[in-house]
Write a protein that binds this ligand. Structure first.
Ligand SMILES: NC(=O)C1=CN([C@@H]2O[C@H](COP(=O)(O)OP(=O)(O)OC[C@H]3O[C@@H](n4cnc5c(N)ncnc54)[C@H](OP(=O)(O)O)[C@@H]3O)[C@@H](O)[C@H]2O)C=CC1
Ligand SMILES: Nc1nc2c(ncn2[C@@H]2O[C@H](COP(=O)(O)O)[C@@H](O)[C@H]2O)c(=O)[nH]1
Ligand SMILES: [K+]
Length: 525
Protein backbone atom coordinates (compact mmCIF):
# COMPACT_ATOMS: atom_id res chain seq x y z
CA UNK A 1 0.00 0.00 0.00
CA UNK A 2 1.39 3.40 -0.89
CA UNK A 3 2.01 6.18 1.62
CA UNK A 4 -0.02 9.37 1.39
CA UNK A 5 1.77 11.70 3.79
CA UNK A 6 1.06 15.21 2.51
CA UNK A 7 4.25 17.10 1.75
CA UNK A 8 4.61 20.60 3.08
CA UNK A 9 4.01 23.49 0.75
CA UNK A 10 4.37 27.23 0.91
CA UNK A 11 7.31 29.65 1.12
CA UNK A 12 10.62 27.80 1.27
CA UNK A 13 9.19 24.59 -0.16
CA UNK A 14 9.80 24.28 -3.89
CA UNK A 15 7.53 21.30 -4.47
CA UNK A 16 6.00 21.59 -7.94
CA UNK A 17 3.51 18.77 -7.56
CA UNK A 18 2.67 15.99 -5.21
CA UNK A 19 3.14 12.27 -5.80
CA UNK A 20 0.56 10.15 -4.11
CA UNK A 21 3.35 7.99 -2.59
CA UNK A 22 6.84 8.71 -1.29
CA UNK A 23 8.01 7.44 -4.66
CA UNK A 24 6.12 6.40 -7.77
CA UNK A 25 4.27 3.15 -7.17
CA UNK A 26 2.23 1.05 -9.51
CA UNK A 27 -1.44 1.18 -8.65
CA UNK A 28 -3.55 -1.75 -9.73
CA UNK A 29 -6.99 -2.45 -10.97
CA UNK A 30 -9.12 -5.60 -10.97
CA UNK A 31 -7.71 -7.03 -14.21
CA UNK A 32 -4.16 -6.74 -12.83
CA UNK A 33 -4.75 -9.19 -10.00
CA UNK A 34 -6.07 -12.65 -9.26
CA UNK A 35 -6.94 -14.74 -6.22
CA UNK A 36 -4.94 -17.81 -5.22
CA UNK A 37 -6.71 -20.89 -3.86
CA UNK A 38 -5.73 -22.02 -0.38
CA UNK A 39 -6.63 -24.83 2.00
CA UNK A 40 -10.28 -24.60 2.99
CA UNK A 41 -12.47 -26.08 5.70
CA UNK A 42 -15.63 -24.64 4.14
CA UNK A 43 -17.47 -27.73 2.89
CA UNK A 44 -20.07 -26.09 0.67
CA UNK A 45 -20.51 -22.86 -1.25
CA UNK A 46 -23.97 -22.63 0.28
CA UNK A 47 -22.35 -22.55 3.74
CA UNK A 48 -20.86 -19.13 2.93
CA UNK A 49 -22.45 -16.06 4.55
CA UNK A 50 -22.03 -13.07 2.24
CA UNK A 51 -23.61 -10.53 4.61
CA UNK A 52 -21.73 -7.24 4.89
CA UNK A 53 -21.02 -5.91 8.37
CA UNK A 54 -21.18 -2.22 7.44
CA UNK A 55 -24.27 -1.38 9.47
CA UNK A 56 -26.66 -1.51 6.49
CA UNK A 57 -29.55 -4.01 6.30
CA UNK A 58 -27.99 -5.69 3.22
CA UNK A 59 -27.37 -9.44 3.39
CA UNK A 60 -25.38 -9.65 0.15
CA UNK A 61 -22.58 -7.17 -0.59
CA UNK A 62 -24.20 -5.59 -3.63
CA UNK A 63 -25.44 -2.02 -4.01
CA UNK A 64 -26.94 -0.48 -7.14
CA UNK A 65 -25.53 2.88 -8.22
CA UNK A 66 -27.42 6.11 -7.62
CA UNK A 67 -27.65 6.73 -11.35
CA UNK A 68 -30.85 7.86 -13.06
CA UNK A 69 -30.58 5.03 -15.59
CA UNK A 70 -29.83 2.36 -12.97
CA UNK A 71 -31.85 2.64 -9.78
CA UNK A 72 -35.55 3.37 -9.64
CA UNK A 73 -38.04 1.96 -7.16
CA UNK A 74 -38.60 -1.24 -9.12
CA UNK A 75 -34.92 -2.20 -9.22
CA UNK A 76 -34.46 -1.16 -5.57
CA UNK A 77 -37.32 -3.41 -4.44
CA UNK A 78 -36.17 -6.44 -6.43
CA UNK A 79 -32.58 -6.03 -5.27
CA UNK A 80 -33.62 -5.67 -1.60
CA UNK A 81 -35.75 -8.81 -1.90
CA UNK A 82 -32.53 -10.68 -2.69
CA UNK A 83 -30.51 -8.97 0.04
CA UNK A 84 -28.89 -6.10 -1.86
CA UNK A 85 -29.49 -2.39 -1.54
CA UNK A 86 -30.69 0.07 -4.18
CA UNK A 87 -29.59 3.70 -3.92
CA UNK A 88 -32.17 6.08 -5.41
CA UNK A 89 -30.40 8.95 -7.20
CA UNK A 90 -30.24 12.53 -5.90
CA UNK A 91 -31.56 13.85 -9.22
CA UNK A 92 -35.10 12.70 -8.33
CA UNK A 93 -37.20 15.45 -6.76
CA UNK A 94 -37.74 15.26 -3.01
CA UNK A 95 -41.39 14.29 -3.47
CA UNK A 96 -40.37 11.79 -6.13
CA UNK A 97 -37.92 10.22 -3.67
CA UNK A 98 -40.48 10.16 -0.86
CA UNK A 99 -43.02 8.44 -3.16
CA UNK A 100 -40.39 5.98 -4.35
CA UNK A 101 -39.42 5.06 -0.78
CA UNK A 102 -43.09 4.55 0.09
CA UNK A 103 -43.57 2.38 -3.00
CA UNK A 104 -40.58 0.15 -2.14
CA UNK A 105 -41.84 -0.20 1.44
CA UNK A 106 -45.29 -1.24 0.17
CA UNK A 107 -43.96 -4.10 -1.98
CA UNK A 108 -44.19 -7.73 -0.92
CA UNK A 109 -41.05 -9.10 0.73
CA UNK A 110 -41.59 -12.80 0.03
CA UNK A 111 -43.25 -12.55 -3.40
CA UNK A 112 -42.67 -10.72 -6.65
CA UNK A 113 -44.34 -7.42 -7.48
CA UNK A 114 -46.78 -8.15 -10.29
CA UNK A 115 -46.34 -6.30 -13.56
CA UNK A 116 -49.96 -5.34 -14.14
CA UNK A 117 -51.47 -4.55 -17.54
CA UNK A 118 -55.01 -4.14 -18.80
CA UNK A 119 -56.77 -6.45 -21.29
CA UNK A 120 -56.80 -3.70 -23.93
CA UNK A 121 -53.00 -3.52 -23.88
CA UNK A 122 -50.89 -5.50 -26.33
CA UNK A 123 -48.06 -8.03 -26.40
CA UNK A 124 -45.75 -5.22 -27.53
CA UNK A 125 -46.77 -3.10 -24.51
CA UNK A 126 -45.92 -6.03 -22.24
CA UNK A 127 -42.55 -6.67 -23.87
CA UNK A 128 -41.52 -3.08 -23.22
CA UNK A 129 -41.68 -3.93 -19.50
CA UNK A 130 -40.63 -7.58 -19.27
CA UNK A 131 -38.04 -9.42 -21.35
CA UNK A 132 -38.98 -12.62 -23.12
CA UNK A 133 -37.27 -14.90 -20.64
CA UNK A 134 -38.21 -17.87 -18.50
CA UNK A 135 -40.14 -16.94 -15.34
CA UNK A 136 -41.03 -13.43 -16.58
CA UNK A 137 -44.78 -12.82 -16.60
CA UNK A 138 -47.35 -10.06 -16.85
CA UNK A 139 -50.61 -10.14 -14.95
CA UNK A 140 -53.66 -9.11 -16.98
CA UNK A 141 -56.20 -7.43 -14.74
CA UNK A 142 -59.64 -6.13 -15.51
CA UNK A 143 -59.24 -2.35 -15.36
CA UNK A 144 -55.50 -3.03 -15.01
CA UNK A 145 -54.31 0.30 -16.36
CA UNK A 146 -55.77 1.91 -13.24
CA UNK A 147 -53.30 -0.10 -11.17
CA UNK A 148 -50.32 0.65 -13.36
CA UNK A 149 -49.90 3.93 -11.43
CA UNK A 150 -47.14 6.42 -11.92
CA UNK A 151 -44.45 4.06 -10.71
CA UNK A 152 -43.26 0.94 -12.50
CA UNK A 153 -44.39 -2.46 -11.38
CA UNK A 154 -48.10 -2.05 -11.02
CA UNK A 155 -49.72 -0.64 -7.93
CA UNK A 156 -49.55 2.49 -5.87
CA UNK A 157 -48.43 2.03 -2.26
CA UNK A 158 -50.86 -0.14 -0.38
CA UNK A 159 -53.13 -0.49 -3.36
CA UNK A 160 -54.16 -4.08 -4.05
CA UNK A 161 -56.94 -5.61 -6.08
CA UNK A 162 -59.16 -8.67 -5.78
CA UNK A 163 -57.73 -11.87 -7.24
CA UNK A 164 -61.00 -12.43 -9.08
CA UNK A 165 -60.18 -9.42 -11.29
CA UNK A 166 -57.11 -11.25 -12.65
CA UNK A 167 -57.85 -12.43 -16.18
CA UNK A 168 -54.58 -14.23 -16.75
CA UNK A 169 -50.88 -14.63 -15.96
CA UNK A 170 -49.07 -14.52 -19.29
CA UNK A 171 -45.53 -15.81 -19.83
CA UNK A 172 -43.33 -13.29 -21.63
CA UNK A 173 -41.74 -16.10 -23.68
CA UNK A 174 -45.19 -16.84 -25.15
CA UNK A 175 -45.91 -13.16 -25.86
CA UNK A 176 -42.68 -12.89 -27.85
CA UNK A 177 -44.00 -15.45 -30.32
CA UNK A 178 -47.17 -13.47 -31.07
CA UNK A 179 -47.80 -10.42 -33.25
CA UNK A 180 -47.02 -7.24 -31.32
CA UNK A 181 -50.60 -5.96 -31.61
CA UNK A 182 -52.13 -9.09 -30.04
CA UNK A 183 -54.47 -7.92 -27.24
CA UNK A 184 -53.62 -9.31 -23.81
CA UNK A 185 -57.33 -9.71 -23.01
CA UNK A 186 -57.70 -12.12 -25.95
CA UNK A 187 -54.74 -14.18 -24.74
CA UNK A 188 -55.77 -14.39 -21.08
CA UNK A 189 -58.15 -17.28 -21.47
CA UNK A 190 -56.76 -20.10 -19.26
CA UNK A 191 -57.49 -20.84 -15.61
CA UNK A 192 -55.63 -18.42 -13.32
CA UNK A 193 -53.38 -20.28 -10.84
CA UNK A 194 -54.00 -18.68 -7.43
CA UNK A 195 -52.45 -19.64 -4.08
CA UNK A 196 -54.39 -18.29 -1.10
CA UNK A 197 -52.06 -17.69 1.83
CA UNK A 198 -54.76 -18.50 4.37
CA UNK A 199 -55.09 -21.99 2.89
CA UNK A 200 -51.34 -22.59 2.84
CA UNK A 201 -50.97 -22.17 6.59
CA UNK A 202 -47.40 -22.67 7.86
CA UNK A 203 -46.21 -23.66 4.36
CA UNK A 204 -46.36 -19.95 3.47
CA UNK A 205 -43.29 -19.28 5.61
CA UNK A 206 -41.42 -22.44 4.58
CA UNK A 207 -39.41 -21.83 1.37
CA UNK A 208 -39.28 -25.53 0.39
CA UNK A 209 -43.01 -26.03 1.04
CA UNK A 210 -43.74 -22.83 -0.88
CA UNK A 211 -41.73 -24.07 -3.85
CA UNK A 212 -43.69 -27.34 -3.83
CA UNK A 213 -47.00 -25.45 -3.58
CA UNK A 214 -46.07 -23.24 -6.57
CA UNK A 215 -44.92 -26.25 -8.55
CA UNK A 216 -48.14 -28.14 -7.80
CA UNK A 217 -50.32 -25.12 -8.67
CA UNK A 218 -48.52 -24.55 -11.98
CA UNK A 219 -48.56 -28.23 -12.92
CA UNK A 220 -52.22 -28.52 -11.88
CA UNK A 221 -53.26 -25.45 -13.88
CA UNK A 222 -53.25 -27.59 -17.04
CA UNK A 223 -51.36 -24.84 -18.89
CA UNK A 224 -47.89 -26.17 -19.76
CA UNK A 225 -46.73 -22.61 -20.41
CA UNK A 226 -47.78 -21.30 -16.97
CA UNK A 227 -44.76 -19.77 -15.24
CA UNK A 228 -46.03 -17.99 -12.13
CA UNK A 229 -48.92 -18.14 -9.69
CA UNK A 230 -50.91 -15.34 -8.12
CA UNK A 231 -50.41 -15.11 -4.36
CA UNK A 232 -53.55 -13.88 -2.66
CA UNK A 233 -54.42 -13.05 0.92
CA UNK A 234 -58.10 -12.98 1.81
CA UNK A 235 -58.87 -12.82 -1.87
CA UNK A 236 -56.65 -9.81 -2.63
CA UNK A 237 -53.50 -10.04 -4.73
CA UNK A 238 -50.26 -9.81 -2.75
CA UNK A 239 -47.86 -10.73 -5.56
CA UNK A 240 -46.73 -13.45 -7.92
CA UNK A 241 -44.34 -16.33 -7.49
CA UNK A 242 -42.54 -18.39 -10.13
CA UNK A 243 -40.65 -21.60 -9.40
CA UNK A 244 -37.41 -19.67 -9.66
CA UNK A 245 -38.49 -16.92 -7.28
CA UNK A 246 -39.66 -19.56 -4.79
CA UNK A 247 -36.22 -21.18 -5.05
CA UNK A 248 -34.52 -17.81 -4.58
CA UNK A 249 -36.55 -17.22 -1.44
CA UNK A 250 -34.83 -20.29 0.01
CA UNK A 251 -31.34 -18.96 -0.80
CA UNK A 252 -31.48 -15.23 -0.09
CA UNK A 253 -32.46 -13.25 3.00
CA UNK A 254 -34.20 -10.00 2.06
CA UNK A 255 -32.68 -6.70 3.18
CA UNK A 256 -35.37 -5.29 5.45
CA UNK A 257 -35.88 -2.44 7.89
CA UNK A 258 -36.86 -2.75 11.57
CA UNK A 259 -40.49 -3.16 10.54
CA UNK A 260 -39.72 -6.05 8.16
CA UNK A 261 -40.28 -3.92 5.01
CA UNK A 262 -37.84 -3.87 2.09
CA UNK A 263 -34.86 -1.59 2.72
CA UNK A 264 -33.82 1.24 0.42
CA UNK A 265 -31.03 3.82 0.35
CA UNK A 266 -31.19 7.35 -1.08
CA UNK A 267 -28.56 9.76 -2.32
CA UNK A 268 -28.30 13.45 -1.54
CA UNK A 269 -25.96 15.93 -3.23
CA UNK A 270 -23.84 18.50 -1.41
CA UNK A 271 -25.49 21.64 -2.77
CA UNK A 272 -28.69 23.32 -1.60
CA UNK A 273 -29.66 22.20 1.90
CA UNK A 274 -28.42 18.60 2.15
CA UNK A 275 -29.34 18.30 5.86
CA UNK A 276 -32.96 19.32 5.27
CA UNK A 277 -33.23 16.80 2.44
CA UNK A 278 -31.57 14.05 4.49
CA UNK A 279 -33.98 14.71 7.34
CA UNK A 280 -37.03 14.55 5.05
CA UNK A 281 -35.85 11.34 3.41
CA UNK A 282 -35.03 9.70 6.73
CA UNK A 283 -38.51 10.63 7.94
CA UNK A 284 -39.92 9.04 4.77
CA UNK A 285 -38.25 5.75 5.71
CA UNK A 286 -34.87 5.76 3.93
CA UNK A 287 -32.62 3.17 5.55
CA UNK A 288 -29.23 4.47 4.39
CA UNK A 289 -28.14 7.97 3.29
CA UNK A 290 -25.54 8.37 0.55
CA UNK A 291 -23.96 11.82 0.33
CA UNK A 292 -22.51 11.89 -3.14
CA UNK A 293 -20.47 14.18 -5.32
CA UNK A 294 -17.79 13.61 -7.95
CA UNK A 295 -14.98 15.05 -5.80
CA UNK A 296 -15.93 13.84 -2.34
CA UNK A 297 -12.76 15.09 -0.68
CA UNK A 298 -13.81 18.76 -0.71
CA UNK A 299 -14.92 21.26 1.91
CA UNK A 300 -18.48 21.33 0.57
CA UNK A 301 -18.76 17.59 1.34
CA UNK A 302 -17.29 17.98 4.80
CA UNK A 303 -19.76 20.77 5.58
CA UNK A 304 -22.69 18.69 4.30
CA UNK A 305 -21.59 15.66 6.32
CA UNK A 306 -21.20 17.67 9.52
CA UNK A 307 -24.70 19.08 9.13
CA UNK A 308 -26.23 15.70 8.36
CA UNK A 309 -24.46 13.81 11.13
CA UNK A 310 -25.47 16.56 13.61
CA UNK A 311 -29.10 15.55 12.99
CA UNK A 312 -28.41 12.24 14.79
CA UNK A 313 -30.67 10.29 12.44
CA UNK A 314 -29.18 6.96 13.48
CA UNK A 315 -28.73 5.82 9.87
CA UNK A 316 -25.54 4.68 8.16
CA UNK A 317 -24.07 7.65 6.28
CA UNK A 318 -22.15 6.84 3.09
CA UNK A 319 -19.98 9.59 1.58
CA UNK A 320 -17.84 9.92 -1.53
CA UNK A 321 -16.34 9.60 -3.93
CA UNK A 322 -12.79 9.40 -2.71
CA UNK A 323 -9.72 7.26 -3.44
CA UNK A 324 -7.20 8.09 -0.70
CA UNK A 325 -6.61 7.40 2.99
CA UNK A 326 -6.60 11.18 3.60
CA UNK A 327 -10.10 11.33 2.20
CA UNK A 328 -11.19 8.56 4.56
CA UNK A 329 -9.85 10.40 7.58
CA UNK A 330 -11.54 13.68 6.67
CA UNK A 331 -14.93 12.22 5.78
CA UNK A 332 -15.09 9.86 8.75
CA UNK A 333 -14.09 12.83 10.93
CA UNK A 334 -17.10 14.71 9.54
CA UNK A 335 -19.54 11.88 10.26
CA UNK A 336 -19.38 9.31 7.44
CA UNK A 337 -19.63 5.66 8.49
CA UNK A 338 -19.06 4.25 5.00
CA UNK A 339 -16.87 5.68 2.25
CA UNK A 340 -17.84 5.41 -1.41
CA UNK A 341 -14.61 4.74 -3.27
CA UNK A 342 -13.83 5.18 -6.94
CA UNK A 343 -12.90 8.08 -9.17
CA UNK A 344 -12.92 7.30 -12.83
CA UNK A 345 -13.51 3.51 -13.06
CA UNK A 346 -17.19 3.82 -14.04
CA UNK A 347 -18.29 2.60 -17.45
CA UNK A 348 -20.07 5.91 -18.22
CA UNK A 349 -17.22 7.99 -16.82
CA UNK A 350 -14.76 10.13 -18.77
CA UNK A 351 -13.12 11.78 -15.74
CA UNK A 352 -9.78 10.06 -16.16
CA UNK A 353 -9.55 11.02 -19.82
CA UNK A 354 -10.77 14.58 -19.24
CA UNK A 355 -8.76 15.34 -16.12
CA UNK A 356 -6.19 12.56 -15.57
CA UNK A 357 -7.65 12.30 -12.09
CA UNK A 358 -8.63 9.04 -10.45
CA UNK A 359 -6.90 5.92 -9.31
CA UNK A 360 -6.91 2.29 -10.46
CA UNK A 361 -9.71 0.81 -8.47
CA UNK A 362 -8.13 -2.19 -6.74
CA UNK A 363 -5.47 0.01 -5.11
CA UNK A 364 -8.02 2.71 -4.27
CA UNK A 365 -10.15 0.17 -2.42
CA UNK A 366 -7.16 -1.49 -0.73
CA UNK A 367 -5.80 1.75 0.70
CA UNK A 368 -9.12 3.27 1.74
CA UNK A 369 -10.44 0.04 3.25
CA UNK A 370 -7.37 -0.24 5.45
CA UNK A 371 -7.68 3.38 6.58
CA UNK A 372 -11.41 2.94 7.17
CA UNK A 373 -10.89 -0.23 9.22
CA UNK A 374 -8.53 1.64 11.54
CA UNK A 375 -11.33 4.16 12.18
CA UNK A 376 -14.12 1.59 12.52
CA UNK A 377 -15.59 2.65 9.16
CA UNK A 378 -16.26 0.70 5.95
CA UNK A 379 -15.86 1.06 2.21
CA UNK A 380 -18.14 0.57 -0.79
CA UNK A 381 -16.16 -0.09 -3.98
CA UNK A 382 -17.95 1.99 -6.61
CA UNK A 383 -17.60 1.43 -10.34
CA UNK A 384 -15.71 -0.56 -12.93
CA UNK A 385 -17.28 -3.93 -12.13
CA UNK A 386 -17.98 -6.06 -15.20
CA UNK A 387 -17.60 -9.64 -13.98
CA UNK A 388 -18.26 -11.53 -10.73
CA UNK A 389 -14.46 -11.77 -10.33
CA UNK A 390 -14.30 -7.97 -9.98
CA UNK A 391 -16.76 -8.13 -7.08
CA UNK A 392 -14.67 -10.86 -5.44
CA UNK A 393 -11.50 -8.79 -5.85
CA UNK A 394 -13.14 -5.62 -4.46
CA UNK A 395 -14.17 -7.62 -1.39
CA UNK A 396 -10.68 -9.15 -1.17
CA UNK A 397 -9.26 -5.62 -1.13
CA UNK A 398 -11.40 -4.92 1.92
CA UNK A 399 -14.67 -3.51 0.56
CA UNK A 400 -17.78 -4.11 2.65
CA UNK A 401 -20.02 -3.87 -0.41
CA UNK A 402 -19.69 -3.30 -4.12
CA UNK A 403 -21.62 -0.68 -6.09
CA UNK A 404 -22.69 -1.57 -9.61
CA UNK A 405 -24.07 0.83 -12.19
CA UNK A 406 -23.95 0.07 -15.90
CA UNK A 407 -24.16 -3.71 -15.52
CA UNK A 408 -27.47 -3.32 -13.67
CA UNK A 409 -28.64 -0.67 -16.18
CA UNK A 410 -29.02 -3.48 -18.71
CA UNK A 411 -31.81 -5.28 -16.87
CA UNK A 412 -35.59 -5.48 -17.00
CA UNK A 413 -35.92 -3.67 -13.66
CA UNK A 414 -33.81 -0.57 -14.32
CA UNK A 415 -35.80 2.60 -15.09
CA UNK A 416 -37.07 3.10 -18.61
CA UNK A 417 -38.61 0.90 -21.22
CA UNK A 418 -36.95 -2.01 -22.94
CA UNK A 419 -35.86 -1.01 -26.44
CA UNK A 420 -34.77 -3.20 -29.34
CA UNK A 421 -32.18 -2.52 -32.03
CA UNK A 422 -32.59 -3.35 -35.72
CA UNK A 423 -31.61 -6.98 -35.09
CA UNK A 424 -34.16 -7.29 -32.26
CA UNK A 425 -31.57 -7.32 -29.44
CA UNK A 426 -33.03 -5.74 -26.32
CA UNK A 427 -31.26 -2.91 -24.53
CA UNK A 428 -31.80 -0.02 -22.16
CA UNK A 429 -30.49 3.52 -22.52
CA UNK A 430 -27.86 4.51 -20.01
CA UNK A 431 -25.91 7.71 -19.36
CA UNK A 432 -23.42 9.10 -16.89
CA UNK A 433 -24.48 11.30 -13.97
CA UNK A 434 -21.92 13.92 -15.00
CA UNK A 435 -22.77 13.71 -18.72
CA UNK A 436 -24.19 16.66 -20.67
CA UNK A 437 -27.56 14.88 -20.68
CA UNK A 438 -27.60 14.48 -16.89
CA UNK A 439 -26.30 18.01 -16.28
CA UNK A 440 -28.99 19.49 -18.56
CA UNK A 441 -31.67 17.60 -16.63
CA UNK A 442 -30.27 18.45 -13.19
CA UNK A 443 -29.97 22.14 -13.89
CA UNK A 444 -33.01 22.60 -16.12
CA UNK A 445 -34.45 25.15 -13.70
CA UNK A 446 -31.39 27.42 -13.82
CA UNK A 447 -31.35 30.29 -16.29
CA UNK A 448 -29.72 29.66 -19.67
CA UNK A 449 -26.45 31.37 -18.70
CA UNK A 450 -25.96 29.32 -15.52
CA UNK A 451 -26.96 26.14 -17.33
CA UNK A 452 -24.42 26.82 -20.07
CA UNK A 453 -21.72 27.31 -17.41
CA UNK A 454 -22.55 23.96 -15.82
CA UNK A 455 -22.54 22.22 -19.20
CA UNK A 456 -18.89 23.18 -19.67
CA UNK A 457 -17.85 20.46 -17.29
CA UNK A 458 -19.37 17.24 -18.65
CA UNK A 459 -17.42 14.17 -17.48
CA UNK A 460 -19.61 11.34 -18.64
CA UNK A 461 -21.20 9.63 -21.62
CA UNK A 462 -24.62 11.02 -22.56
CA UNK A 463 -26.03 8.07 -24.39
CA UNK A 464 -25.14 4.46 -24.36
CA UNK A 465 -26.97 1.25 -25.16
CA UNK A 466 -26.59 -1.40 -22.48
CA UNK A 467 -27.73 -4.71 -23.94
CA UNK A 468 -29.58 -7.20 -21.81
CA UNK A 469 -27.89 -10.56 -21.45
CA UNK A 470 -30.52 -12.88 -22.99
CA UNK A 471 -29.57 -15.55 -20.44
CA UNK A 472 -29.74 -13.07 -17.53
CA UNK A 473 -32.17 -10.28 -18.37
CA UNK A 474 -33.18 -9.57 -14.78
CA UNK A 475 -31.16 -7.96 -12.02
CA UNK A 476 -31.98 -11.08 -10.00
CA UNK A 477 -30.27 -13.22 -12.64
CA UNK A 478 -27.18 -11.02 -12.28
CA UNK A 479 -27.34 -11.27 -8.49
CA UNK A 480 -27.53 -15.08 -8.85
CA UNK A 481 -24.51 -15.07 -11.13
CA UNK A 482 -22.45 -12.67 -9.01
CA UNK A 483 -23.23 -14.29 -5.67
CA UNK A 484 -22.56 -17.78 -6.97
CA UNK A 485 -19.15 -16.64 -8.26
CA UNK A 486 -18.35 -14.84 -5.02
CA UNK A 487 -19.53 -17.73 -2.81
CA UNK A 488 -17.13 -19.90 -4.75
CA UNK A 489 -14.30 -17.33 -4.36
CA UNK A 490 -14.84 -17.44 -0.60
CA UNK A 491 -14.52 -21.23 -0.41
CA UNK A 492 -11.37 -21.17 -2.60
CA UNK A 493 -9.94 -18.76 -0.03
CA UNK A 494 -11.15 -20.86 2.92
CA UNK A 495 -13.54 -18.14 4.06
CA UNK A 496 -17.05 -18.73 5.43
CA UNK A 497 -17.83 -15.02 5.91
CA UNK A 498 -16.87 -11.61 4.58
CA UNK A 499 -14.73 -10.99 7.68
CA UNK A 500 -12.84 -14.25 6.99
CA UNK A 501 -12.42 -13.32 3.34
CA UNK A 502 -10.92 -9.94 4.21
CA UNK A 503 -8.24 -11.80 6.15
CA UNK A 504 -7.78 -14.97 4.07
CA UNK A 505 -7.86 -13.67 0.50
CA UNK A 506 -4.46 -14.07 -1.13
CA UNK A 507 -3.90 -11.97 -4.22
CA UNK A 508 -1.31 -12.19 -6.99
CA UNK A 509 -0.28 -9.89 -9.83
CA UNK A 510 -0.78 -10.96 -13.42
CA UNK A 511 0.25 -9.84 -16.88
CA UNK A 512 -2.26 -8.93 -19.58
CA UNK A 513 -1.55 -12.40 -21.03
CA UNK A 514 -2.39 -13.96 -17.67
CA UNK A 515 -5.71 -12.14 -17.62
CA UNK A 516 -6.43 -13.19 -21.20
CA UNK A 517 -5.69 -16.82 -20.31
CA UNK A 518 -8.48 -16.71 -17.72
CA UNK A 519 -11.16 -15.93 -20.29
CA UNK A 520 -13.31 -18.69 -21.75
CA UNK A 521 -12.93 -19.45 -25.44
CA UNK A 522 -16.15 -18.34 -27.17
CA UNK A 523 -15.76 -20.39 -30.38
CA UNK A 524 -12.47 -22.07 -31.22
CA UNK A 525 -8.90 -21.09 -31.87
N1 LIG B 1 -17.11 8.38 -9.30
C1 LIG B 1 -16.72 9.20 -10.24
O1 LIG B 1 -15.66 9.05 -10.82
C2 LIG B 1 -17.56 10.36 -10.62
C3 LIG B 1 -18.90 10.38 -10.33
N2 LIG B 1 -19.70 11.40 -10.77
C4 LIG B 1 -21.12 11.39 -10.43
O2 LIG B 1 -21.82 12.38 -11.11
C5 LIG B 1 -22.86 12.94 -10.29
C6 LIG B 1 -22.80 14.44 -10.28
O3 LIG B 1 -21.79 14.84 -9.42
P1 LIG B 1 -21.20 16.32 -9.40
O4 LIG B 1 -20.74 16.74 -10.75
O5 LIG B 1 -20.22 16.31 -8.32
O6 LIG B 1 -22.45 17.25 -9.14
P2 LIG B 1 -23.01 18.02 -7.87
O7 LIG B 1 -24.30 18.56 -8.29
O8 LIG B 1 -22.95 17.15 -6.68
O9 LIG B 1 -22.04 19.28 -7.66
C7 LIG B 1 -20.74 19.21 -7.21
C8 LIG B 1 -20.32 20.53 -6.57
O10 LIG B 1 -18.91 20.51 -6.34
C9 LIG B 1 -18.27 21.55 -7.09
N3 LIG B 1 -17.03 20.98 -7.62
C10 LIG B 1 -15.79 21.42 -7.37
N4 LIG B 1 -14.90 20.67 -8.00
C11 LIG B 1 -15.56 19.75 -8.69
C12 LIG B 1 -15.19 18.69 -9.56
N5 LIG B 1 -13.93 18.46 -9.86
N6 LIG B 1 -16.14 17.93 -10.11
C13 LIG B 1 -17.45 18.16 -9.85
N7 LIG B 1 -17.87 19.17 -9.03
C14 LIG B 1 -16.93 19.95 -8.45
C15 LIG B 1 -19.26 21.96 -8.16
O11 LIG B 1 -19.11 23.32 -8.50
P3 LIG B 1 -18.88 23.75 -10.03
O12 LIG B 1 -19.90 22.99 -10.86
O13 LIG B 1 -19.11 25.21 -10.04
O14 LIG B 1 -17.49 23.36 -10.36
C16 LIG B 1 -20.59 21.74 -7.46
O15 LIG B 1 -20.88 22.82 -6.63
C17 LIG B 1 -22.72 12.26 -8.93
O16 LIG B 1 -23.63 11.21 -8.88
C18 LIG B 1 -21.31 11.72 -8.96
O17 LIG B 1 -21.12 10.57 -8.18
C19 LIG B 1 -19.21 12.43 -11.50
C20 LIG B 1 -17.88 12.46 -11.85
C21 LIG B 1 -16.93 11.46 -11.36
N1 LIG C 1 -16.94 10.34 -13.93
C1 LIG C 1 -18.19 9.91 -13.97
N2 LIG C 1 -18.54 8.87 -13.17
C2 LIG C 1 -19.80 8.49 -13.21
C3 LIG C 1 -20.73 9.08 -14.05
N3 LIG C 1 -21.92 8.48 -13.85
C4 LIG C 1 -21.70 7.56 -12.91
N4 LIG C 1 -20.43 7.56 -12.52
C5 LIG C 1 -19.79 6.71 -11.54
O1 LIG C 1 -19.77 5.36 -12.02
C6 LIG C 1 -20.29 4.50 -11.02
C7 LIG C 1 -20.87 3.23 -11.61
O2 LIG C 1 -19.88 2.54 -12.32
P1 LIG C 1 -20.21 1.36 -13.35
O3 LIG C 1 -18.89 0.99 -13.96
O4 LIG C 1 -20.77 0.24 -12.55
O5 LIG C 1 -21.17 1.89 -14.34
C8 LIG C 1 -21.29 5.38 -10.31
O6 LIG C 1 -21.67 4.89 -9.06
C9 LIG C 1 -20.55 6.69 -10.23
O7 LIG C 1 -19.62 6.74 -9.20
C10 LIG C 1 -20.32 10.14 -14.89
O8 LIG C 1 -21.09 10.71 -15.70
N5 LIG C 1 -19.04 10.51 -14.82
K1 LIG D 1 -14.04 4.81 -17.12
Amino acid sequence: MSQTQPRRRGPGYAVPMDFIGAQPTLDLTYSDVFLVPRRSAVGSRLAVDLAPTDGTPATVPLVSANMNSVTGPRLAAVLARRGGLGVLPQDMSETGLIDAIAWVKAQPVGFDTPIVLGPEQTAADALRQVPAAEGQVVVVVEGGSAYAGALPGGSEPGQTFPAERVLGVLAATRLAELPGDAKLGDLATGRVPVLELGELGSAASEPRAMFDAVDAALTGSGDTGAEAVIIAEQGRVRGTLSRRSALRASIYRPAVDGGGRLAVAVAVGINGDPAARAKALAAAGADVLVVDTAHGHQDGMIRALREISALGLGLPIVAGNIVTADGVVDLVGAGATILKVGVGPGAMCTTRMMTAVGRPQFSAVLETAQAARELGAHVWADGGVRYPRDVALALAAGAGSVMIGSWFAGTAESPGELLADASGRQYKESWGMASTKAVQGRFSKLDAFERARKELFAEGISSSKIYLDPQRPSVEDLVDMITSGVRSSFTYAGAASLADFHVNARVGLQSAAGYEEGKALPVSW
